[in-house]
Write a protein that binds this ligand. Structure first.
Ligand SMILES: NC(=O)c1ccc[n+]([C@@H]2O[C@H](COP(=O)([O-])OP(=O)(O)OC[C@H]3O[C@@H](n4cnc5c(N)ncnc54)[C@H](O)[C@@H]3O)[C@@H](O)[C@H]2O)c1
Length: 411
């Protein structure tokens, strides 16, 4: 079986390597010539532990190659981006162009899998008609399914194999072929359904998280206004057997949570857009805290520019927005995982008036408060993740401010 993977990004490349390492011939296809060249040279730009070795193993098998011209094969897997535009409408142009490319080489007996996250109905109403321009009929001449990806950056290798998967086929034969394909490396269960249910369930998963984070953030704002600590309140409330309040924070980022909920809604009203608004608004809260506690033109050291802990993925990260809002300050960025920001931590905090912890990377837990404060000019430490030991920082002389427990800090 020869497999083509369209899109060699965070998802497509590890997926291609999964099949290659299990003995299948895989050709990756990408419109980015650099990515194609690098795969063919065995050069991989990834930070996740274990993933680099896994990709190199795939390269060394001789089963993995890349190209920028799609050729006939048995299975096509689409892993291209699915962003939103300026008014939060889905941009399906990458999926459409991937479909067009496949249409040129599609043959009887092929299986096409759409892995990209898409609005409900895309497989049936957008991709299938494009593929049928080949003159072949979906379900009769070729099989088609949607198999959404659920991995988390930083744990891609583990989650690709261990997570359960959903295969939404246009008919039973497509479901069975999809299931057979993924059982090559998936150790979790594989559930079959129709494509639209599969599309919706992926969006429901991410929307569920976004809405629940918004609730935690709303609680954080309310607790601040009552002068209490959301983090302490949350521990108590979560003693209830049916309550699981998530952690508040400076907002959500990445490629999925800020984008995918918009695939389910049309317009700005209702719970889902409100949750988006709450989560996007949290960075303004952090901005306010910084401005209330740092004099203008002061130095602000921002720790953590990735969108979440222990990953180098900085797409849509809250820190990016924060920098925009702090144009009156000298802002220094640090992140041990994000290449453009992985300079020296001591240089970042030296002479800083304020240090803001944006991401709870494991590397930051070892920071010694006295050493950091000695380097700083000021003593303000703002923790947006409840990650630092407040007592240790206060004992060392910091003006330690915790998001969600900081009403007095704003007065
Ligand atoms: N990154 C994640 O954690 C994650 C998790 C679950 C689902 N997803 C979904 O998976 C899909 C891919 O995401 P990603 O993070 O891998 O994106 P990415 O941006 O890292 O990679 C996409 C790749 O597709 C290439 N591309 C664009 N148009 C193409 C075309 N017509 N033909 C071939 N290649 C093309 C791009 O050059 C890029 O290299 C998205 O729909 C995303 O929502 C991502």
């Amino acid at each position: 079986m020869r497999i083509s993977v369209l899109g060699l990004g965070y998802i497509g490349l590890p997926t291609a390597a999964m099949f290659a390492n299990r003995g299948y011939q895989v050709v990756g296809f990408d419109i980015d010539e650099n990515k194609v060249d690098n795969v063919n040279k065995g050069i991989f730009d990834v930070e996740e532990p274990g993933l680099l070795a896994f990709l190199r193993d795939a390269f060394n098998t001789g089963n993995l190659s890349a190209g920028n011209m799609l050729e006939p094969c048995d299975v096509f897997i689409i892993c291209v981006p699915t962003p939103i535009d300026d008014v939060n409408k889905p941009d399906l142009s990458y999926v459409e162009s991937a479909g067009d490319q496949i249409t040129n080489v599609l043959q009887r007996g092929n299986l096409v899998v759409l892995e990209s996250t898409v609005p409900p109905g895309t497989t049936l109403n957008v991709l299938s008609p494009i593929l049928e321009k080949s003159g072949l009929t979906a379900g009769k001449d070729f099989d088609l399914c949607h198999c959404p990806e659920r991995v988390m950056p930083g744990k891609i290798l583990k989650e690709l194999t261990e997570n359960h998967r959903i295969v939404g086929g246009i008919d039973m034969k497509s479901c069975e072929r999809g299931r057979e394909l993924y059982s090559v490396f998936v150790e979790g269960d594989i559930y079959i359904t129709d494509p639209t249910t599969a599309e919706f369930s992926k969006l429901a998963e991410n929307t569920y998280r976004d809405v629940n984070i918004a609730l935690a953030n709303e609680f954080a704002k309310l607790c601040e206004s009552y002068g209490i600590d959301v983090w302490k309140m949350r521990v108590l409330a979560n003693n209830h057997p049916r309550v699981d309040i998530l952690k508040p924070g400076p907002g959500v980022g990445g490629h999925c949570l800020p984008v995918d909920p918009w695939f389910l809604v049309n317009g700005d009203s209702g719970l889902i857009p409100k949750a988006r608004e709450i989560n996007e608004g949290m960075i303004r809260r952090v901005e306010k805290l910084i401005k209330a506690n740092t004099r203008g033109n002061g130095v602000v050291a921002v720790l953590g520019t990735a969108y979440k802990a222990n990953t180098e993925d900085a797409r849509n990260s809250p820190a990016d927005k924060l920098v925009e809002y702090l144009s009156d300050f000298e802002v220094r960025l640090h992140d041990p995982y994000v290449k453009k920001d992985n300079g020296d931590l001591e240089d970042t905090v030296r002479n800083a008036d304020t240090v803001v912890l944006m991401v709870d990377h494991r590397d930051y837990i070892d920071m010694v408060p006295a050493d950091i404060l000695e380097l700083m000019k000021g003593n303000v430490v703002i923790d947006t993740r409840n990650y630092f030991d407040a007592t240790a920082w206060r004992d060392a002389g910091a003006r330690y401010i915790l998001l969600g427990a900081c009403e007095t800090a704003l007065n």
